[in-house]
Design a protein around this ligand. Structure first.
Ligand code: HEC
Length: 556
């Protein structure tokens, strides 16, 4: 088999690099590729882009043992065009997934045509990380160095928080406005986003589920196939947001997960499939120069408004939540207590993923490391889509981003953590849509950010894990400036919330705080006081007075 493929494959490369093959009379039409093997000397590639596209799309939808290309990658092969898949890779993967050599050649040609048609930059798929804010990671070889780089960036972007002690409501509001004006989808960070395709063929580091293409197919059964294809066709003919969300809205009704039966694995894979669809739509719209697929801080909240509001049922939870959930379900579905050191390959099989998924994973990758990488990447991605993290799921730990906090601390990315936490609170408190019902209301909701004594930095060093003291001190300097002023900003803003309340509302607020448990209130204020007094004792009198104003206003 392989021997037959290699000479053919060499020829395709030659043809694809400029030759214009003319199908001989009687050879199978590209629109209807013959399932029989062609003669190696006569690859059927049409110079007519429409015919090549049609042939490639026919392959893309062809039933194959794993489902179909479209059932994992999305409605067409725009992803392969955008990420820069090489001819060799496309042929290798297509043949491995039951394409004939003719079909593979047509796909190569159609992908090239798409690149020309849309003037796509040629990426290296091994390097390219779609949607990585600013196009590249912040500089730095280690997470701590990249965290420091974020801090330096914040000095420019958040001059108020990074400046003198915030000592008035006006300064707090200025700091808030600077924070809310940050475009989270373009501000570089130190967290590596997933590649579109991580293929273990390229080495152990690529043997992970931390990529965008769905691991398992979601196929339309015969009775709903034509309805599903009609939605895909409408979308491909005009990839508007409207057509996209119509297709997305029909996923649950018209398609079903193939090759897995365990409920938890299905949950993971269904979320990832929807994430893939959204990802492909974003790849496409961005490459077409359209910035309309994500609008405003809550990227997809426009789906609640005209003319989109009838396309799909939005509830408290908005589409796009799947992207965060890929991170969360990696935690909840893969792995588990006691399995940290287990190979993710073994674990995936145990959790009900098919053999071909296990085969795509590196045996040396532990559940723990896989989970940490995926949590960081997908949580951060999800956070940039809904920075309030309030419209993702009913889980209380999501609403305070408990596990993102934990993952950032695990990497000692303390500035990323402080930045994300303040962004979350501000978007919950001030951004339209940041709360589902009622008006946004700013509260002091630091939660896990200050839990477990985290108001003081702790690098958690040991005999084996040590960090450079100079880096630690640079990081601490940046973190304390940002975070302590973040605390003060929040205290002033919360005081403003309280000042705007009627006595009845204030009593209710006090009751709410009491219901959370008086220990929680005293904990919040005790902990903030501890941090402020410990790191900046020179401001003790003013900081204590500020906290006292809030506590008194609440009536404690
Ligand atoms: C069951 C799901 C599934 C099906 C079906 C599937 N793929 Fe993929 N494909 C993937 C995943 C997942 C990746 C990412 C790499 C990995 O995990 O191995 C991928 C990667 C690829 C790549 C590598 C891109 C790159 O440059 O790294 C190509 C090319 C590709 N697929 C083409 C195809 C074609 C063509 C078909 C249909 C004949 C197909 N795939 C069917 C899931 C699928």
């Amino acid at each position: 088999m392989l021997k037959l493929v290699i000479p053919f494959f060499a020829l395709v490369l030659v043809v694809a690099c400029g030759g214009t093959p003319t199908p001989e009379p009687g050879s199978p039409s590209p629109a209807n590729p013959s399932p029989a093997s062609p003669s190696p000397g006569n690859p059927v590639i049409s110079s007519d882009p429409v015919a090549a596209h049609q042939a490639a799309l026919t392959l893309w939808r062809k039933p194959i043992p794993k489902g179909s290309c479209s059932a994992c990658h999305g409605p067409d092969f725009f992803d392969l065009a955008r990420i820069g898949s090489s001819d060799a890779t496309i042929i290798r993967r297509a043949l491995a997934d039951s394409a004939t050599p003719d079909e593979a050649a047509a796909l190569v040609q159609a992908v090239k045509n798409l690149r020309v048609k849309h003037n796509l930059p040629l990426e290296n798929p091994l390097e390219f990380r779609p949607f990585q804010p600013g196009g590249a990671l912040l500089a730095g070889a280690t997470p701590i160095e990249r965290d420091i780089a974020l801090g330096r960036q914040l000095e420019r972007l958040q001059p108020t928080l990074m400046g003198a002690r915030i000592d008035s409501l006006g300064a707090a509001q200025r700091a808030r406005d600077e924070m809310l004006s940050v475009d989270l989808r373009s501000m570089p960070v130190g967290i590596a986003y997933p590649r579109w395709s991580a293929d273990v063929f390229n080495g152990a580091a690529h043997g992970t589920m931390n990529d965008w293409v769905s691991d398992v197919a979601r196929v339309a059964p015969p009775e709903s196939l034509s309805a599903w294809r009609a939605l895909e066709d409408a979308y491909l003919a005009n990839p508007s947001n409207e057509h996209f969300w119509r297709m997305y809205a029909a996923v649950d009704a018209l398609t079903a997960m193939k090759d897995i039966t365990q409920a938890e694995a299905i949950r993971f894979a269904s979320n990832k499939f929807k994430a893939t669809l959204i990802g492909q739509h974003l790849l496409r719209t961005q490459a077409l120069g359209r910035g309309d697929a994500m609008q405003g801080p809550l990227a997809f909240s426009y789906l609640q408004t005209s003319p989109y509001q009838n396309l799909l049922k939005t509830t408290e939870f908005l589409p796009g939540k799947e992207i965060w959930e890929v991170g969360d379900l990696t935690r909840a579905v893969l792995g588990g207590a006691g399995l940290e050191k287990t190979s993710v390959k073994t674990d995936a099989l145990a959790k009900g993923f098919p053999n071909f998924v296990a085969d795509s994973l590196d045996a040396g990758l532990s559940v723990e490391d896989n989970e940490q990488a995926m949590r960081l990447a997908w949580f951060w991605l999800g956070f940039t889509i809904d920075p309030s993290v309030n419209r993702i799921s009913g889980s209380n730990s999501t609403k305070v981003s408990e596990y993102l906090v934990a993952s950032l601390i695990e990497e000692r990315m303390f500035l990323h953590n402080a930045f994300m936490t303040h962004q979350r609170m501000l978007h919950q408190g001030f951004t339209a849509g940041g709360t589902y019902k009622g008006n946004p209301k700013f509260t002091l909701n630091y939660s896990y950010f200050i839990g477990y004594n985290r108001q003081r930095l702790n690098w958690n060093e040991s005999k084996f894990v040590k960090f450079d003291p100079a880096l630690k001190s640079a990081q601490q300097d940046l973190w304390t400036r940002f975070t302590l002023n973040g605390f003060r900003m929040s205290l002033y803003l919360y005081l403003e919330t309280l000042n705007a309340m009627t006595p009845a509302e204030l009593a209710k607020e006090k009751l709410l705080e009491t219901q959370k448990g008086t220990t929680l209130i005293s904990t919040t204020y005790t902990v903030l006081t501890d941090s402020l007094n410990y790191y900046q004792p020179e401001h003790k009198i003013a900081d204590d007075a500020l906290i006292q104003r809030v506590v008194t206003k609440l009536g404690f």
